[in-house]
Design a protein around this ligand. Structure first.
Ligand code: PEP
Ligand code: MG
Length: 570
C-alpha cells in the first residue's frame, strides 16, 4: 500500500499504463540560417496553438467552459508578444529554436515560481507545460495517444500536464496516480471534473510500477495498491460498487428540495469563508449561506478592511446568492484565530478570553465599520447578521442597539438597506444554551455552533489531541444542550439552525430532525450527502431513535446505536 494525496474521490481498479518521460535533450548548435530556424519555430508554435485550441474545444464540449480555461490560458500565454518575441529574438541571434524556447520559458518559470501568490505559481507550471509541448513538437516526439487507451486503464505518470489530462476519456481511464501535484493542481481539478479517482504525490511511483501491473486507486482515502492480494482486491471491488451506487443516489438529489421522508421541508445552507465560496455553494446546490465566517476577510488582509472593502465582499456574496439568505457572522477572532495587525494581547486562556463579540464590543468603532458594511450590503440580497460567542443577553441587546443606530443614520442620509434585516445569535457556549429562552426573546434566529458548544460543554480544547477522546457532540451533555436550545427557539417562535460540523453528520441528522432543527448549514461539498440523509428519516422514525438515544448514558453506546440504525437506512 502506498499513500498520496486524495485528489479525486472514488475507487479505480485496473491495469497500469505508465507514461514515461521523454528525453527532451538536444544539441545546442549555432544556427547559420536563422530565417529557416525562425520558420521552424513559428511552425511549431502554430502547431502547438492549433492542437491546444482543438483540445480546449473538446474539453469545453465534454466538461464545460471552466475546465477549458487552463488550456485557453496556455493559448493566451503563447500568443503574448513578449514570450514568443523573446524566443524569436534569440533565434535571430543564432540560437536554435529548442534552446530559445527553453531559455525564455525557464526565465518566466523562475520569475513566477518565486511569487507569493498561488495563481502566479500556477502560471509557472503552465509555462512548464508549454515548454515541454513546444520542445516535443520541435524534437518530433509523439506521445502515446491517451484518448485511445484500453478501458480500465490506471494512468501512472510523474505529472499529468493539462494537455495529457484533456485527452483522458472517462470510459477508458479508471484511475490516475502521479508523483507530484496537490489537491488544487490542474490534474486534480480535471480528474475531479471527469470524476476519475486520483491519488497524487505518491513518492517514486513511476519507478515502482511497470506497464500492465494491476492497481487499485482509492481517491477518497488517498491510498493505492500495486498488484494487490486477492482479498484486498475483492474488498475494493465491493467498495467500488458501493461508491458508484451512492454517487448515483446523490446525483438524483441535485435540484431537489430538502425534505424528510415524510415530506417535512428543512433548509440546507452552506458555510463559507470568502464571497467567492458563494459560487461553490450555488454549484453544490446550497439553498443559502448559513455561516459566512467574515474573519477570513480580516485574516487575508494586512490591514483592517475598510467599510467599502467589506461592503464589496458582503454585496458580492449576496449578489451571487441571488436573494437566497446569507447569514454573515460578525468578526470571530481570538481563541485559535489570530490577526497579527490587530495586536491582540497573548492570553493565558485564549478560548476563554477576549474573543469574538467580546472583542467587537470592546472596539465599537471598528465593529461599527463592519456592521455598517453589512447593513449597506443588505440592500442587495437577503442578508442577516449573526453574533458569535454570545454568553449573556446584554451582548445581543448591545449589537441590536448598534444596528438600530446605523439604520437611523442610513434613514437620515437616504442610504438604502433592508429594513427587516435580522440579528441572530450563535449558540455555542453553555451559558448561551442555559439562557436560550432569554436570548430567544432578543434574537431573530439561533444557529448552533457545535464545534465550540462541544468544546465549552466538555471543557475540552477543540485542538488538543490528548483530550480529543472527550471531544464528541454525541456526549449526552452536548446532546441535551442541543435539544434544549432547539426547544427554546421553538417555544419563542424563532428558527433554529446549526452551522457547526455536526449539521452534516449522518449520525447526528436524525436526532436534529427529531429535535426540530429547521436549517442545516454545511460545507458545500456535503450538501447532497446531507440532503440524501435527511430524505431517509421520517419525523416519527427520528423521534423513536432520539428517544432511545436520550435514554443512553455514554457516548460510546449512543454512537453504536446511531451507527446501527443509520446502516439500516443505507
Ligand atoms: C462552531 O463553533 O460550531 C462554529 C460554526 O464556528 P467556528 O467553527 O468558526 O468556531
Ligand atoms: Mg464557533
Amino acid at each position: 500500500m502506498h499513500k498520496g494525496i486524495a485528489a479525486s474521490r472514488g475507487i479505480g481498479i485496473g491495469s497500469v499504463c505508465l507514461i514515461v518521460e521523454h528525453d527532451l535533450s538536444y544539441e545546442k548548435k549555432k544556427i547559420e540560417d536563422t530565417a529557416a530556424e525562425k520558420a521552424r519555430f513559428i511552425d511549431a508554435v502554430e502547431r502547438f496553438k492549433s492542437e491546444t485550441m482543438e483540445m480546449a474545444e473538446d474539453i469545453k464540449k465534454r466538461l464545460g467552459p471552466k475546465e477549458a480555461e487552463i488550456l485557453e490560458g496556455h493559448l493566451v500565454m503563447i500568443s503574448d508578444p513578449t514570450m514568443a518575441g523573446e524566443m524569436g529574438k534569440m533565434i535571430d541571434a543564432g540560437q536554435c529554436a529548442e534552446s530559445a524556447v527553453e531559455a525564455v520559458c525557464d526565465m518566466f518559470i523562475g520569475m513566477f515560481s518565486k511569487m507569493d501568490d498561488d495563481m502566479m505559481r500556477q502560471r509557472a507550471s503552465d509555462i512548464s507545460d508549454i515548454k515541454v509541448s513546444l520542445l516535443k513538437i520541435l524534437l518530433g516526439i509523439t506521445d502515446i495517444d491517451i484518448s485511445k487507451l484500453e478501458p480500465g486503464t490506471i494512468l501512472v505518470a510523474k505529472d499529468l500536464t493539462p494537455s495529457m489530462t484533456s485527452q483522458i476519456n472517462k470510459e477508458n481511464v479508471a484511475g490516475i496516480i502521479t508523483e507530484v501535484g496537490g489537491k488544487t493542481s490542474h490534474s486534480a481539478i480535471l480528474a475531479r471534473a471527469l470524476e476519475i479517482p486520483a491519488v497524487l504525490s505518491v513518492p517514486d511511483i513511476t519507478a515502482l510500477v511497470k506497464d500492465k501491473d494491476s492497481a487499485i486507486v482509492d481517491g477518497t482515502e488517498g491510498v493505492i495498491y500495486i498488484n494487490p492480494e486477492g482479498d484486498v482486491l475483492s474488498k475494493y471491488v465491493l467498495m467500488r460498487e458501493d461508491f458508484i451506487r451512492k454517487q448515483a443516489e446523490l446525483k438524483s438529489f441535485v435540484g431537489k428540495p430538502t425534505v424528510t421522508a415524510d415530506g417535512e421541508s428543512v433548509e440546507l445552507f452552506c458555510n463559507i469563508g470568502t464571497p467567492k465560496d458563494a459560487k461553490k455553494a450555488i454549484e453544490c446546490d446550497g439553498e443559502g449561506i448559513g455561516l459566512f465566517r467574515s474573519e477570513f476577510l480580516f485574516m487575508d488582509n494586512n490591514h483592517l478592511p475598510t467599510e467599502d472593502e467589506q461592503f464589496a465582499a458582503y454585496k458580492e456574496a449576496a449578489t451571487i446568492m441571488g436573494g437566497k439568505p446569507v447569514i454573515i457572522r460578525t468578526l470571530d477572532i481570538g481563541g485559535d484565530k489570530d490577526i497579527p495587525y490587530l495586536g491582540l494581547k497573548k492570553e493565558e486562556n485564549p478560548f476563554l478570553g477576549y474573543r469574538a463579540v467580546r472583542y467587537c464590543l470592546g472596539n465599537v468603532d471598528s465593529y461599527m465599520i463592519q456592521l455598517r458594511a453589512i447593513v449597506r450590503a443588505s440592500a442587495f440580497g437577503k442578508i442577516k447578521i449573526m453574533v458569535p460567542l454570545v454568553t449573556c443577553v446584554e451582548e445581543i441587546k448591545k449589537v441590536k442597539e448598534l444596528v438600530a443606530e446605523i439604520k437611523k443614520d442610513f434613514d437620515e442620509k437616504g442610504i438604502d438597506y433592508d429594513k427587516d434585516i435580522e440579528v441572530g445569535c450563535m449558540i455555542e457556549t453553555p451559558a448561551a444554551s442555559l439562557i436560550a429562552d432569554l436570548l430567544a426573546k432578543e434574537a431573530d434566529f439561533f444557529s448552533i455552533g457545535t464545534n465550540d458548544l462541544t468544546q465549552y460543554t466538555m471543557s475540552v480544547d477543540r485542538g488538543n489531541a490528548d483530550v480529543a477522546y472527550l471531544y464528541s457532540t454525541f456526549q449526552p451533555s452536548v446532546l441535551r444542550s442541543i435539544k434544549h436550545i432547539i426547544e427554546c427557539g421553538k417555544n419563542a417562535g424563532i428558527p433554529v439552525g446549526m452551522c457547526g460540523e455536526s449539521a452534516a453528520d449522518p449520525l447526528m441528522i436524525p436526532l436534529l430532525i427529531s429535535f426540530g432543527l429547521t436549517e442545516f448549514s454545511v460545507n458545500p461539498v456535503l450538501v447532497l450527502t446531507a440532503r440524501c440523509t435527511i430524505s431517509k428519516w421520517s419525523k416519527a422514525e427520528a423521534d423513536t431513535l432520539a428517544a432511545k438515544v436520550m435514554n443512553l448514558t455514554t457516548e460510546a453506546e449512543i454512537q453504536t446505536l446511531l451507527k446501527t440504525e443509520s446502516k439500516a437506512k443505507e
